[in-house]
Design a protein around this ligand. Structure first.
Ligand SMILES: OC[C@@H]1[C@@H](O)[C@H](O)[C@@H](O)c2[nH]c(CCc3ccccc3)c[n+]21
Length: 481
């Protein structure tokens, strides 16, 4: 089983989870930083009490990890830039023309050469130069880099989650709840494209915007900032993030010719029993809402076409881990516990599939079905930008890896334009509110010594990467019959 010649194979990472670890690499100027250090959050069990400054230390050890990645046959990495490192101070004073439509939506933000020059005066040049150095190190090895601009943390001057929780969003910097974030994000995006445009082969504006507004304002037990339960707030954040993506897309295009996409958290939505048409409507409103709007300009909920939001999806990053299983009762979707993300840590699902340390069911078939459905719906190039398993004993990961790579191969082999598979992740890292307890690395990290140790599945990964597919002698590992 071979992938096409220039198939991208590698891993994804994010600034907040991987960079800090060696003294001097800390970035205390973000909402996530204050959130995980907040004693009340730790006392309430919302966050783990682990700190990112004890992380893998990619900021300083990036060349070692790039060496390791090369050894494992990696040809592509998806990485990020931390907004709060680039602009630790507010950028509000750099004024740019903003156009609104009759409903007050921001339909145009015009960040021109003069504006990026002024932003350059505000930027933290040490951070900018360090990012250029880190990523040049990878690119100069003749390998590919996909650059994502936003992977959850916001600068503190834009979002102070402790103040939001204490005083409410109207009396605190409220991040995505405030539409100024749309303009500031477009300025940040334009600046990075202008400054680092030669590094990536492709851009992504955001990683999983849906997780930011769902975990921040709806499933607040997950320990995401600001932990402020409000459906109205979730809706507002979603609306602003959709506009922020589109305005960033427009402004990246002014400074770079490379494709601009979005990396999104998908699950395979499976119907166990009930009317399919009810389920399809539910799926469209729940899973495809954001991507429908930024590709087709409308969705099942916002039926009126938005020209300023449509056709802003050159490629789609698919983050896939597991499924969600439903049945429809009296026209209402009921989610079934035990399956998918609602499995028990280290348990077995009702379908007899193993579940990870995080309690996520291993369900590789879902990745194939999802890739097929996404291509039929959007018709754009797809890259699996995240897929992995929390598995400290590396007991599930070899079969998990081969089975999901098999699903990607099966889709590609049927003509679906899946251009790459990026594993989550190369090394163990800081898992947000969970801290260091979830182990997603092909490579284990001793967080005291920062030493890296290959888990057996790193060698399985190397066989797949160097073979550019699944070698015959590994096919026995696929869980899919
Ligand atoms: O949980 C593993 C990874 C995170 O470390 C990444 O930062 C994030 O992009 C990411 N997304 C998902 C799937 C969606 C999800 C997010 C948070 C919690 C549960 C599920 C899994 N992961």
């Amino acid at each position: 089983m071979k992938f096409p010649k220039d198939f991208m194979i590698g891993y994804s990472s994010s600034p907040f989870q991987f960079e800090a670890g060696i003294p001097g690499s800390e970035d205390p100027n973000s909402d996530w930083w204050v959130w995980v250090h907040d004693p009340e959050n730790t006392a309430a069990g919302l966050v783990s009490g682990d700190f990112p400054e004890n992380g893998p230390g990619y900021w300083n050890l990036n060349q070692n990890d790039h060496d390791l990645a090369e050894k494992l046959g990696v040809n592509t990495i998806r990485v990020g830039v931390e907004w709060s490192r680039i602009f630790p101070k507010p950028t509000f004073n750099v004024k740019v023309p903003v156009e609104r439509d009759e409903n007050g939506s921001i339909v145009h933000v015009d960040v021109d050469d003069k504006a990026v020059e002024r932003l350059d005066e505000l930027a933290n040049k040490e951070a900018v130069n360090h990012y250029v150095e880190m990523y040049k190190d990878w690119v100069e090895r003749g390998r590919k880099l996909i650059l994502n601009l936003y992977h959850w943390p916001l600068p503190l001057w834009l979002h102070n989650p402790i103040m939001v929780r204490r005083m409410g969003p109207d009396r605190a910097p409220s991040g995505w709840l405030n539409e100024e974030s749309v303009v500031e994000f477009a300025k940040y995006a334009a600046y990075i494209a202008w400054k680092m445009g030669e590094l990536p082969v492709m851009w992504s504006t955001m990683n999983e915007p849906n997780v930011v507004y769902e975990q921040g304002y709806m499933f607040v037990k997950g320990g995401f900032p600001p932990g402020y339960l409000s459906l109205e707030a979730a809706d507002k954040a979603r609306r602003n993030m959709i506009q922020a993506h589109a305005r960033a897309y427009d402004n990246i295009k002014r400074f770079s010719k490379k494709p601009v996409g979005l990396i999104y958290a998908f699950q395979w939505f499976e119907l166990l029993e009930g009317p399919a048409e009810v389920f399809d409507k539910f799926k469209s409103s729940k899973l495809y809402y954001f991507t429908d709007i930024v590709s087709k300009g409308s969705s099942i909920i916002n039926v009126e076409y938005r020209r300023d939001l449509a056709n802003r999806l050159d490629w789609l990053g698919v983050n896939y881990y597991s499924r969600l299983v439903y049945k429809i009762v009296d026209d209402k979707p009921i989610i079934l516990h035990g399956y998918g993300f609602l499995c028990t840590p280290g348990g077995i699902s009702p379908a007899e599939n193993p579940c990870s340390d995080f309690g996520w069911e291993v369900y590789p078939e879902g990745l194939y079905l999802l890739l097929k459905e996404l291509y039929n719906r959007y018709g754009v190039d797809l890259i699996v930008t995240e897929n992995g398993v929390s598995d400290s004993r590396d007991a599930l990961r070899p079969a998990y890896l081969v089975s999901h790579v098999y699903s990607v191969w099966k889709a590609a082999n049927e003509g679906i334009p899946v251009k790459g598979y990026l594993h989550w992740s190369l090394t163990d890292n800081y898992e947000w509110a969970q801290g260091f307890r979830q182990k997603f690395g092909l490579v284990m990290v001793d967080f005291k010594t920062k030493k890296r140790y290959l888990r057996p599945s790193a060698l399985v990964f190397r066989e797949i990467a160097t073979h550019n597919g699944i070698p015959d002698e590994l096919q026995h590992l696929t869980l899919i019959q």
